[in-house]
Ligand binder design. Sequence first.
Ligand SMILES: [Mg+2]
Ligand SMILES: [Zn+2]
Length: 230
Amino acid sequence: MKLAIFCDFDETITRTNVTDGVLERFADPHWLEIQEHWLAGKLSAREVLEYQMPLVTVTPEDLDAFINSIEIDPLFAEFALSCAQKNDSLYILSDGFDYWIDRILRRALSAYNGMVKKIPVFACGLSVKDNRLDISFPYFPQGCIHGCATCKSAIFNKLKPSAEKTIVIGDGVSDLILAKDADLVLAKDGLREFCQRKGILNQEYNDFSDVIRIISAFREKTFEDNIGDT
Ligand SMILES: [Mg+2]
Ligand SMILES: [Zn+2]
């Protein structure tokens, strides 16, 4: 049975939100006021980044040193390896930025070099130019009705037909848009609260040891259900 697994990045694979960390450390403090507007629902996920990221001044060396200090769930690599071995499709969908997601993943997977195929990452674009951050929204440049930075919903709908079952792993409001359409939802924090409120079935996880256990139970259960049907 082929699974398509859609996994969030910030506070799911990493312990903290990397974008917020970069802003806290390197941005003009005005970013916090913009954050308040976003929390109050006055700005979309995309707009908030368009306003906040230009407030950052950082050298590539300082940025990379900060990125290298970000803590990763220690069992994420094992999870990625098990996806590769079972031929499941693992995708990372994020409102964060490719620049640091790529670097953090490379570090996370370094022990399994060559064993885990490159994980497709759908995220916002970022490059450093003259100590400023240049951002873009490749998924999708024209935007969407939700105001997403990365439209997880559009990507999910595009990739979903390639698998028999879909799984969503996340912690935040941007993951809710997928949760209602997935066969299995692994949720924590904000996403778990939203799912409970909206009556969306979900399983609680804290880290990737839970993720590995819950998905393997789901696989067995689905396999048995399929045998039951024939
Ligand atoms: Mg998150
Ligand atoms: Zn969207």
